[in-house]
Design a protein around this ligand. Structure first.
Ligand code: PLP
Length: 470
């Protein structure tokens, strides 16, 4: 036993040193899959190894293959940096071994979620009567929000989904932008809604839903309706026009869902909240804790105004799961799992550590830095910023004026040049027929200096690429 406890101490000491090196460490993994397979593939022993040795082996096997999203130089995807206070709370969560299934499994876990849920609704400016499910991320949160939507729009059409299932139910018309996040399409698939039955809505040059197209298609379709909108496009950061979307949703008795995995946090920053105007009038929202809020993985939130619909879609009942308690909220009412990690402790802890001001500062700083990078890069001949930088996302193209194929090659060459140094982690993507360098300013320690270093490195890389091509 004491040997096993030594493993916890060794891990803690190592973790402290690891995180103390966040500022200097390369964010790019150095090991490839075959090296990692060799390092991890040490065979399953017949007799267990000593605890401290296991932790030591794990550290040596894993670290070359870790991505540095806890460093300030990580821009590749929208990924948070695991706030140390959240990590500490997560350690305790594991050490306490709590199961957040129902209130009685862990009263503390249930009440931590209940309280953190109230704070989240307040920070996000969402209706206080909404229910909140604590999930693995925005994908599962989207699944939950759309499950509630499906149940409720069918109920309004006289169909009891929980009793009669999806077979034979009225066809639900799903209105979704062609630029919705891929995980929304996945969530729809899990719910039995196939691609061929979706009503696709055109998007504008920033990836926003074209409201006139939505309006036309809403008027042309009959039956129960769900509209899926977005706060924060993954390439442009753009927001749908929630004021007009909520008006339309009301006019057509449609359920409006908002995928706000990171963008919904604009609500917590006064200079950016206008981007979300009207969002609080939607029916369900999804957002992540592990992106902008820097809560350690995994952490997402499914928020539903109609708590009864949320619970109807997700409830698990059994005689041994006593729900007859007045004591507190049962976490399993609001998500698909029964047994799960007590995610609320880390959420509660990070919200306390950041406070309103910390969250405001974090979101504001990242948006200001994105604009700063855009200004620097945009001033360099041949570099083009393809999006209106309204939030923390940049879509950058190189070789302005060249044919599309050469531009795509330039983007790849700049990305490869940047990768060689190992100082920054940036990725390419494809958007609207363009190859782009995609930059997300999202890591909690990214500051002005880090952003300027990135801008300078990108400009230097582009100059090398341009000179080589000349
Ligand atoms: C990241 C993201 C998702 C998926 O979130 P996960 O937490 O990875 O499950 C959904 N929508 C948008 C807009 C995102 O950025």
């Amino acid at each position: 036993m004491s040997g096993d406890l030594d493993a916890m101490k060794a891990a803690a000491v190592h973790a402290l040193n690891y995180r103390a090196g966040d500022g200097e460490r390369s964010p790019v993994p150095t090991a490839g899959a075959s090296e990692l397979r060799t390092a991890f593939g040490i065979g399953l022993p017949e007799r267990g190894r000593p605890a401290a040795e296991v932790i030591d082996l794990l550290i040596r096997a894993a670290e070359p293959g870790l991505t540095g999203n806890t460093t300030p130089n990580f821009y590749a995807w929208v990924m948070g940096a695991s706030h140390p206070v959240g990590v500490a709370a997560d350690w305790l969560t594991s050490a306490w071994g709590q199961n957040a299934a129902i209130y009685q499994c862990s009263p503390a876990a249930a009440v931590a979620e209940e309280v953190a849920a109230e704070w989240l609704l307040d920070l996000l400016g969402l209706p206080p009567e909404s229910s909140v499910g604590f999930t693995t991320g925005a994908t599962m949160a989207g699944f939950i929000g759309l499950s509630a939507a499906r149940s409720e729009v069918l109920r309004r059409s006289g169909w009891d989904l929980e009793r009669d299932g999806i077979q034979g139910a009225p066809l639900i018309k799903i209105f979704i932008s062609e630029e919705a996040h891929s995980t929304m399409f996945a969530a729809l698939r899990y719910l039995g809604m196939g691609h061929g039955n979706l009503v696709m809505i055109d998007a504008d040059e920033q990836g926003r839903m074209r409201v006139a197209d939505l309006e036309r298609k809403l008027a042309a379709e009959e039956g129960p309706r769900i509209i899926i909108s977005q706060a924060g496009h993954i390439n442009s950061g753009a927001f749908d026009d929630f004021e007009r979307l909520t008006d339309l949703a009301r006019a057509y008795d449609a359920w409006l869902h908002v995928d706000g995995a990171f963008g919904l946090w604009a609500q917590a920053a006064p200079d950016y909240a206008h981007l979300c105007r009207g969002v609080e009038r939607a029916d369900s929202w999804t957002t992540d804790g592990h992106k902008w809020l820097q809560i350690p993985y995994d952490s997402g939130f499914a928020i539903v105004r109609d708590a009864a619909a949320h619970r109807r879609a997700m409830d698990i009942t059994a005689s041994y799961l006593t729900h007859d308690t007045d004591d507190g909220r049962n976490p399993t009412h609001f998500g698909p799992e029964l047994s799960r990690r007590a995610r609320g402790f880390a959420v509660w802890a990070v919200l306390q550590a950041l406070g309103r001001e910390g969250i405001r500062e974090l979101v504001t700083r990242h948006c200001v830095l994105a604009a700063r990078i855009a200004e620097r890069l945009g001033a360099e001949p041949g570099i083009e910023i393809l999006n209106d930088v309204c939030l923390n996302q940049l879509a950058v193209s190189f070789g302005h004026g060249l044919p599309a194929e050469q531009k795509a090659q330039s983007v790849q060459a700049v990305a490869a040049d940047l990768a060689k140094s190992g100082r920054f982690f940036v990725k390419t993507s494809d958007w609207k027929g363009h190859k782009i360098l995609r930059i997300s300013v999202i890591s909690k320690d990214t500051d002005e200096q880090a952003a300027d270093n990135l801008s300078e490195a990108i400009i230097a890389a582009w100059r090398r690429v341009r000179n080589e091509a000349a």
